[in-house]
Design a protein. Structure first.
Length: 145
């Protein structure tokens, strides 16, 4: 089952998606934030999405900013619109900077598309945590010992 991640901005939202095995994150697209509900409806239907990770923009001092509050408000809207989906928050500090270090945007279109790369950075961190948690679970082999 695939997982989606969002890098929500005032105008643009980056969308990334995992592979079916939840090993890799890749940029999917950048959507206008005011069209995000419609875009998510399509993705959820097409890929049977059950989890949408939301980048959580805390400040470097770990405080809540105006943008943090906007994301929390949007998360609330998403939870009401899609009650069957879980929306975990993931610390997105420096995700845009990491995305820029991977591919520095050279023009306006690349700047818009960089949001989906930032979403992929967010999703990659989330998937890494899932893999780590799974590695701590006892395997069937250890139960036989």
């Amino acid at each position: 089952m695939r997982i989606v991640a969002l890098d929500i901005g005032d105008v643009w939202t980056g969308i990334a998606m995992s592979d079916p095995l939840q090993m890799f994150a890749k940029p999917h697209r950048t959507s206008r934030t005011d069209e995000l509900i419609s875009t998510l409806k399509s993705l959820i239907a097409e890929y049977n999405i059950k989890t949408v990770v939301i980048g959580f923009p805390r400040t470097m001092r770990n405080t809540i900013s105006e943008q943090t509050q906007k994301v929390l408000n949007y998360k609330e809207l998403l939870e009401k619109t899609f009650p069957e989906i879980t929306f975990p928050l993931w610390d997105e500090r420096l995700s845009s900077r990491q995305a820029s270090s991977i591919k520095s945007p050279k023009n306006k279109q690349e700047k818009i598309e960089s949001h989906s790369l930032a979403a992929a950075v967010i999703l990659d961190g989330y998937l890494a945590r899932l893999r780590f948690q799974k590695s701590l679970e006892p395997s069937d082999d250890t139960l036989l010992e």
